[in-house]
Design a protein around this ligand. Structure first.
Ligand code: C2E
Ligand code: CA
Ligand code: CA
Ligand code: CA
Length: 280
């Protein structure tokens, strides 16, 4: 918060000024980062919980800042969304991830993995998104059924009709669609029955609480029930412990990702993981 709690009369504070300046600097250097190709994509493996089979990867953007080091997306995605920079950044991630995935397919022809890419609200509200996605697939050669796009509930709530149109067009081309962070937004169930979604991703906050909070377990059970009724696949996010993996397995959750299996990896480490995996 920019205004201190008990100090409502102080509108202008020096630290506010600093925050604003910092923000503008960040915005400016983010723009340059895109041009200088300092943005890169990491890949977090996603596994079948029953047999530890590798199912795919989630592409996650990183900013390799020359001075600050590796910057996580929570720091700059919100600014990118506000300024609209998320449009070129999103296209950049999509392009690099699809190209990389296609390269892995050529290098390891027996692979059967799905690439999951995050799409923000601002991107989804752009009619151009569909063209960008199709063009990226055509030019990289990646098969549409190997691509999954992750949207959030808030993404859809902002502009449901436009979102629906876009999602239907993507779905017609066999692109898979996932609802990210499921259970943390609002109006989720109403949209869920109408949107052409294939996958629900259970948010990390429920998984994290499994050990200590009986309610989280029940919420996960309920989500799995809804998914079964609607014939959707479920991916549990943020699995950090064997206990959590085991609980989810017992509840019948088919797929998961999290630090317990692997943190997001750079291209070299991901290639090594695929190579090791292909050899067993
Ligand atoms: P998300 O889509 O919910 O991605 C999952 C986040 O959880 C990632 O954070 C991932 O590194 C982290 N994570 C995975 N497993 C674990 C775990 O076991 N424990 C914990 N504590 N965290 C785990 P990351 O990479 O920092 O990304 C944060 C958010 O930034 C993402 O949340 C997504 O909303 C956004 N984001 C990342 N890349 C992109 C992108 O290319 N485009 C857009 N629009 N958003 C992106
Ligand atoms: Ca995601
Ligand atoms: Ca998520
Ligand atoms: Ca999230």
């Amino acid at each position: 918060a920019k205004v201190a709690g008990g100090n409502r009369y102080v509108i202008f504070q020096p630290e506010m000024h600093a925050t604003l300046r910092e923000r503008m600097q960040l915005e400016n250097s983010l723009y340059q980062a895109l041009e200088k190709q300092e943005l890169c994509v990491y890949y977090q493996p996603i596994y079948s919980l029953n047999n530890n089979q590798l199912k795919g990867f989630e592409a996650l953007i990183r900013w390799q800042h020359p001075v600050e080091g590796l910057i996580r997306p929570d720091k700059f995605i919100p600014i990118a969304e506000e300024t609209g920079l998320i449009i070129p950044i999103g296209a950049y991630v999509l392009w690099h991830a699809c190209q990389q995935m296609q390269q892995w397919y050529e290098q390891f022809p027996d692979l059967n993995l799905v690439l999951s890419v995050n799409v923000s609200a601002r991107q989804l509200s752009q009619p151009h998104l569909v063209d960008t996605v199709f063009e990226t697939l055509t030019r990289t050669g990646l098969a549409p059924e190997k691509l999954q796009l992750e949207i959030t509930e808030t993404t859809v709530v902002e502009n449901p009709d436009a979102a629906m149109q876009t999602l239907l067009k993507l779905k017609q081309q066999q692109i898979r669609l996932a609802m990210d962070d499921f259970g943390t937004g609002y109006s989720s169930l109403g949209y869920l029955s109408r949107l052409p979604i294939d996958v629900l991703k259970i948010d990390r906050c429920f998984v994290k609480d499994i050990e200590h909070n009986e309610n989280s377990l029940e919420i996960i059970r309920a989500i799995l029930g809804i998914a079964q009724g609607l014939r959707l696949t479920v991916v549990a996010e943020g699995i950090e412990t064997e206990f959590q993996a085991q609980q989810l397995r017992e509840l019948g959750c088919p797929v998961g990702q999290g630090y317990y299996f692997s943190v997001p990896l750079d291209v070299a480490a991901t290639t090594q993981l695929i190579r090791d995996y292909s050899e067993v």
